[in-house]
Design a protein around this ligand. Structure first.
Ligand code: AMP
Ligand code: MG
Length: 508
């Protein structure tokens, strides 16, 4: 402990105003084939609606920035950050399985990357800062509703331990924006080491500009996968890592009951981060075929499809980077196929380990997967609440007999659950599981609080009426999803009947 304090004290004071933070421009340096320089569009009546001190600490930003008009001006896009190099990046992608040759940042502007005292770089990106050459007739804006959803979920996911982009602050305004109705524009300042997507590579493959792939891949490797830099087999090693990270991310989404909603290849991060929060959702009642995106009529991105779509998406990335893998196209395909094959193994290992942890199993026994699957099946049959069901499991005691009172109430198919509990207890006894230790371990992986749709919706409705208190409360709540927070008990309840079918569309 003393040693740790000494290290903290030895670090330079990590609090500077925004304009003094050191900025890197590695992506900008790639040149004009990869992006376009754009100035942000001014935003009237800009107001700082929330400031995230934890994200600020990552870039060494003084939290007093929250009261600094100069900070607000930059975050609203009303002033450019000195030393910033504002640009929108070019990408393409497969949207709902269809190739779309030209996408790009249509409403997001990269300012630059802040290098912190630990040597990490965090790109700052303003989402909703006005039109760019990639806006395709759209307005370049984001509405308050979708900006709140993005802002909240980045932090919620991070606190659940799921790789994600972060958010520094949320700015609101009086600028009207037309969607289904007239709403108001907002800007989120997102942070990530990189916002590179699979689509950043796809665009050059399908345009037949293969010579553009190598500088981009080398930039990505040197900046974010330095362990592979300079190696002759670096592209293979890098793509293998991206496939594995994507597979592990899918395992995390599945075991959190999280649905992304729009898993197009332009929304897939090269770093394996959860990226672009649109019509996402944490499941309330567990439905394996749950479709969170109202616009996804065919259910392409349904909950139980996500791991398969992750595989399809990494296949598109590997296909787009085949020219890097070998000059002989047949050999490149062979190498690429082997890389893609690694996805299944990585996913399988990760997901099994995570499900086992969720039901509190330490050891690996034959039949564990069936035990998990039986539980999921009966949760699905009864549409039992995903988060509450897993959270309550830690109350089961290995040595008890009979129905698990206080847990079975969460499960709709109660008789089937009683039979499952008998087998589960026997399995726990087979590894001499200690009730208290198991409960602590389970409560550290099964959150009590997640960003349920109805909680986000209530927050949005209040914010649209000018009350941002709920936004602050949710940020506070979601910062500690695994802890009991008695003052927030109501936020762990199932949604009220009238809020169960909130539909979320792509409109943002
Ligand atoms: P999304 O569905 O939000 O991932 O966006 C898909 C593509 O459309 C991306 O290239 C976005 O930049 C672009 N886009 C979405 N909404 C807007 C908007 N309001 N203005 C400009 N571009 C947009
Ligand atoms: Mg997107």
């Amino acid at each position: 402990m003393n040693g740790r304090r000494a290290i903290l004290r030895a670090m330079p004071d990590p609090t500077s105003p925004l304009q003094d933070l050191p900025l890197d421009h590695g992506y900008a340096a790639l040149g004009g084939s990869y992006h376009a320089r754009v100035s942000p569009a001014p935003l009237p009546d800009a107001r700082l609606l929330h400031f995230n001190p934890d994200a600020a600490a990552l870039i060494g930003l003084d939290p007093a920035a929250a009261d600094d008009p100069a900070f607000l001006a930059v975050m609203a896009g009303n002033a450019e950050l000195p030393g910033g190099d504002y640009l929108a990046s070019l990408y393409a992608g497969h949207q709902f399985g269809q190739w779309v040759p030209q996408l790009g940042d249509g409403r997001a502007l990269l300012i630059g990357a802040v290098r912190n005292t630990r040597g990490e770089t965090w790109e700052l990106q303003l989402k909703g800062a006005g039109p760019t050459p990639f806006s395709r007739f759209a307005d370049g804006r984001a509405v308050l509703r979708s900006s709140i959803r993005e802002y909240l979920c980045g932090e919620a996911m991070h606190r659940l331990g799921i790789p994600t982009t972060r958010a520094l602050c949320l700015v609101g305004s009086s600028e009207p924006v037309r969607r289904e109705t007239v709403e108001h524009a907002a800007v989120v300042c997102r942070m990530a080491p990189s916002f590179l997507r699979f689509g950043h590579f796809e665009v050059f493959f399908y345009r037949n500009q293969h010579e553009q792939l190598r500088p981009l891949a080398d930039y990505a490797i040197e900046s974010f996968f330095p362990q592979f830099a300079g190696r002759p087999d670096r592209y293979r090693a890098w793509l293998t890592e991206v496939c594995e990270r994507t597979a592990r991310l899918m395992a995390q989404w599945q075991t959190a009951g999280f649905c992304h909603g729009v898993m197009n290849t332009d929304n897939m991060s090269i770093l394996g981060l959860t990226l672009d929060y649109g019509p996402y959702g944490f499941m309330d009642g567990f439905d394996a075929g749950h479709i969170c995106n109202h616009s996804d009529e065919g259910g392409r991105y349904a909950y139980d499809q996500q791991p398969r779509i992750g595989h399809w998406n990494v296949s598109r990335l590997v296909q787009a980077t085949l020219p890097l893998l070998h000059e002989n196209p047949d050999t490149a395909v062979e190498i690429g196929t082997a890389i893609i094959d690694g996805y299944g193994t990585a996913y399988g290992q990760e997901v099994v380990q995570r499900w086992r942890a969720k039901i509190g199993l330490r050891e690996h026994h034959d039949g564990d997967e069936q035990l998990v699957n039986r539980l999921l099946t009966l949760m699905h049959q009864g549409r039992s609440d995903f988060t509450r069901s897993f959270r309550h499991l830690s109350r089961i005691r290995a040595g008890d007999e009979g129905p698990a009172t206080g847990v079975r109430e969460e499960i709709v198919a109660q008789e089937a659950f009683d039979a499952w509990v008998t087998d589960y207890r026997a399995r726990l006894r087979a590894e001499q599981s200690d009730d208290a230790m198991r409960a602590a371990a389970m409560n550290a992986v099964n959150p009590k609080y997640v960003l349920r749709n109805h909680l986000a919706q209530a927050c949005i409705e209040r914010a649209e009426a000018g009350d941002f208190g709920e936004l602050g409360r949710l940020m506070q709540l979601l910062a500690r999803p695994f802890d009991e927070q008695p003052e927030f008990e109501a936020y762990a309840a199932e949604p009220p009947a009238e809020a169960r079918h909130i539909s979320v569309s792509c409109s943002s």
